[in-house]
Write a protein of this length. Sequence first.
Length: 707
Amino acid sequence: MKDNVSGLVVIETEGEIGLIRLAKPPVNAIGLALRTAIYEGFKTLQKDPAVRAIVLYGEGRFFSAGADIKDFGKADIQPTLPHILKALNDSEKPVIVALHGVAFGGALEVALATHLRVGVGDLRIGLPEVKLGLLPGAGGAQRLPRLSGLAGAIDIICSGRDVSAREALDLGILDRLAEGAPREAGIIAARDVLAGKLAARRTDTRDVAEDLAAVKAAKARLKAKRPALQAPLTALEAVCAATLPIDEGLAKERALFMELMAGEERAALVHAFFAERATVDIPEKAAHPRQIDRIAVIGGGTMGVGIATSLLIGGYHVDLIEAQSERVAQARAGVESNLAGALKRGKLTEQAHDAALAALDCADSLDAAGRADLVIEAIFEDMSAKTALFTKLDTICKPGAILATNTSYLDVNEIAAATKRPQDVIGLHFFSPAHIMRLIEVVVAKETAPDCVASAFALARKLGKVPVRAEVCDGFIGNRILTQYRRAADYLLLDGASFTEIDGALEDFGFAMGPFAVSDLAGLDIAKATRDRKAATRPAEERYSRVADLICDQGWFGRKTGQGYYVYEGGKQQGGNPGAFEIVAAERRALNLPKRSFTSEEIVSRCLTAMIAEAVRVLEEGIALRPVDIDAVELFGYGFPRHRGGPMHQADLIGPAELIRRIELYANDDPQFWQVPHLLRDMAREGRSFADLNGALTGHVTKGSTK
């Protein structure tokens, strides 16, 4: 017998073994349609008197990557996943699952509800729901502890990490490891069960012992490491319910799951998940990328070394060019150190590490750029230096080679104009450390060719980066918004909040570091150079804070000098710098400013609103394609807390009317800084959200358009 159920599963029999094959490419995502097909196939085999055992397996690369996130809103539509899994669990015929590739989330919950689990090949399993603000809601938090014990389940579920087949076997999650095809491995296991050679293990017949020490340690660890996140602690509560009778535990788990489903944290994390994938929808996506095999990186400083490392890990041959001969060896050593770190962290195998080292050439001459398909400039932020370099590259590089600048702020159109091939010039703004940070702003100049843009996106995806398309303006998307966020923090500082209070409030909101701690880390002298560059064009009416400049005047540049806003010993922060506190107080006195007090909520409101207002202007001008692109920039390049979804996601939660009210209120203090963007007023009047604009603005946005 062979039957195709709704085109999603294939039902067949092999003697007395019934088989259900998941057949929903590419990853067998278990949404409403597939779970229904599984249930119908299961009922068909249950009714067949010739079938004595049932095997589930998947076709393609995976058993299943888990639940279909797009179907989250259909979790309660019948048949629900818990309903199906109870049927599998309660089956009088033994149910065996053969897992290969990956079995994550709901897919692993399916496996836990069966009676025997076989791991095939290089399988990895996991319950990563906490990464989406959820917990396993179809029995995973009850059935996993009944196999692994409480401590093992807490580790896997509350961290969301995945584990190898060998570790899963050692923990008791799997019953057998096998090689070969999943179908055959499942059939062999089923026959062994029927012959009494292999014992089936139903999870509902197993008890879970309390482990108070493991629970206490996990609670302390989660509160220390993830204090702002609700899902890990709620997941811990669900796992602890496994010590109850299973029906009580399942009911509690489901109630906690639905509670998280309705929460803002889950919505924000799902938004972040889709944001990472949405950025590749660009106007140039139909263009065919150019062939890129060899890449030259110019500049052997921290950024150039990081970019070269990332490219080597991605499998490219790299020529790292450092003009100062005496620094070439230092640049090579920096790359070697980065690759050694990647090997130690498990990001590279020994073989890949050795291949990356073999693919690196270092030189002090630009001639090496002549054989590159792509050249990435990573020298210091000076327009005259960059244009001079691109003029030279124009004569050295072969026709069709892409010339990219890693500038953070400068005009890519002006850089392109220094060549006779502006169609081949593009901005690739990596973020430091470039071999770790995931964002690349792909800055498209006026004459950049579509296939050049497509090539940049293909490169970024091969490197495992998140590429976001931006057009040219000072600071592009991320640094332009960062500037306004930082100005809001500077004004709060002048008006009475301390830099420790401001950093603390924003860290409580979810940022890993507040703006002043970040400035110390980046180097206060770097930001001062940017301010000095912009000084001539600064509006006369703009309120300007001299505090950072005055701190720099003391030779305090942050961590690298041991002092900035904070004091550092051995690279570790030791508290606020008394000298910096005095500089702030003296500047307030000089400006005759009264010292006001601000609550943490007021600090977050002003900084977040400033960020959102500038992001809206970025949309108005067509610098970013969609609100979701802005969220991706902030999430993957600037440390915006993932569980907050990004500034545009937050803007939808706040609403345009409230944002307008805030801006108009703050404008009473500073009308030059606080101005309501036209697009925001349009949205309030028309009842639109930024989520609406994600669809409306897909494709190229004409500059100045708000439609």
